[in-house]
Unconditional design. Structure first.
Length: 417
């Protein structure tokens, strides 16, 4: 590198001298000869510079090839495109349970982010889908067992691609295979196995994939423990369980058998779960309903339960009874204020009608104070009273059904100021 730097410096000096030499050429023939010689030297130096650059590049590639692997040195996130992303993808592809697609594109897209989340879940890291400091550290540790190197050719363009190298001994090592339940790692297309390993594996041309892709899921979920709960006059909840994560749908009707298409009423949720619970609302009281439940797994396999039924509860009887008023009394009496208290046997609102005339004038013309909160222990404050005066009052309470009770008349005397 020092030699290249010296050549570059000499080139800059000669380029800088170029204009002056060209100007001198117009003055004397001897100067012109000098310039010609210098330009020839410059061309030779430039050719030497290009040769040195090519040699240095070859040295770098050779050094990298001898080293065989490299480490991830910067954080990565979705949307990025770089060689580091390609190396990340090669590393993830070394574990087919993490990155089964195995695409090495150099673009950090959805598939790569999903694979990173699987890696993070496997190693107890927050599943954010980006390569942060914790994930970067763990990946570089993972790379010690699954080194990434530059191998092969990319579509004949002469650009080497990253590849996660499978230690060949793992393919035949009994201890390693036992540790991984006998499943051999997948040999990537860019890796050539030693002939001895190929012979022991019984293959003819490496590379070879040593795992079988999982069979497609064609089995529907198993539905069990179907029942209803939380039965009211206008609602119910249907619950059931499945042996695999799947969506939830309940079809229900007043007729049996329940239609499962067309205009049949249904409720559903696409969330994939194994414990299902769907609330039915807006039902009619004292009515029998028929229902079936359905669950579809991630592969679209759908299971349907047998038909069940439930009856909604009857509506509670209409409330026609007014609250019972007790313990009506006056407290905290002062010259211009007083408090009226009482109790009721059910929650209700309260009013106090009061006057200095006996009897208290008809409701609507007497003075009135109230509270609008439903309660059983009532109190209403009276203010603006006249000192040393007798006040007459009655109280009433109204429940939620509109039933109203009114007390007998009572009285109190305000204090002298």
């Amino acid at each position: 590198m020092k030699k290249i730097s010296a050549v570059v410096f000499m080139s800059i000096v000669l380029f800088a001298a170029g204009p002056a030499l060209a100007s001198a050429q117009t003055t004397t023939a001897s100067t012109s000869a000098t310039v010609t010689a210098l330009l020839a030297q410059l061309q030779a130096l430039q050719a030497q510079l290009e040769t040195l650059k090519a040699a240095q590049q070859k040295v770098n590639e050779t050094a990298q090839g001898l080293q065989g692997t490299f480490a991830l040195i910067k954080e990565l996130r979705q949307g990025m495109t770089s060689d580091d992303v390609a190396a990340l993808q090669a590393l993830l592809a070394a574990d087919p349970s993490i990155y089964p697609e195995g695409l090495i594109s150099g673009y950090y897209g959805h598939l790569t982010a999903t694979a990173v989340k699987r890696f993070q879940k496997k190693y107890g890291i927050e599943q954010v889908g980006n390569v942060g400091p914790k994930t970067l550290k763990k990946m570089n540790e993972f790379m010690k067992e699954h080194p990434v190197a530059l191998e092969g050719e990319d579509n004949g363009k002469g650009k080497k691609r990253p590849c996660a190298i499978v230690p060949p001994g793992h393919l035949i090592a009994a201890g390693w295979l036992k540790k991984h339940d006998g499943v051999r790692p997948i040999v990537p297309p860019c890796q050539t196995l030693p002939s001895g390993i190929v012979k022991k594996l019984g293959t003819t041309t490496p590379p070879v994939a040593t795992t079988t892709p999982p069979a497609p899921d064609t089995t529907a979920p198993s539905i069990t423990a179907v029942s209803t709960t939380n039965l009211t006059a206008t609602g119910a909840t249907v619950i059931w369980a499945t042996n695999e994560s799947s969506g939830s749908t309940v079809y229900y009707s007043l007729v049996s058998p329940v239609p499962t298409s067309g205009t049949t009423t249904s409720v559903g949720n696409t969330a994939l779960v194994t414990s299902h619970s769907m609330a039915l609302t807006g039902l009619t009281a004292s009515t029998t309903y028929y229902y079936v439940v359905s669950s579809a797994d991630a592969a679209g396999n759908t299971a349907m339960s047998s038909e069940g039924s439930f009856a909604t509860a009857a509506l509670p009887p209409s409330d026609t009874t007014a609250p019972a008023l007790t313990a009506v009394t006056s407290t905290s009496i002062a010259s211009t204020t007083a408090t009226i208290t009482w109790t009721t046997d059910e929650s209700s609102m309260g009013k106090v009608y009061y006057s200095t005339t006996d009897p208290v004038p008809a409701i609507g013309t007497a003075l009135m104070a109230e509270h609008t909160t439903f309660m059983t222990s009532h109190y209403v404050d009276l203010s603006g009273l006249t000192a040393s005066s007798t006040y007459y009052y009655i109280v009433n309470s109204t429940d939620a059904s509109g039933n109203t009770a009114t007390s007998t008349q009572n009285s109190f005397l305000t204090l002298v100021p």
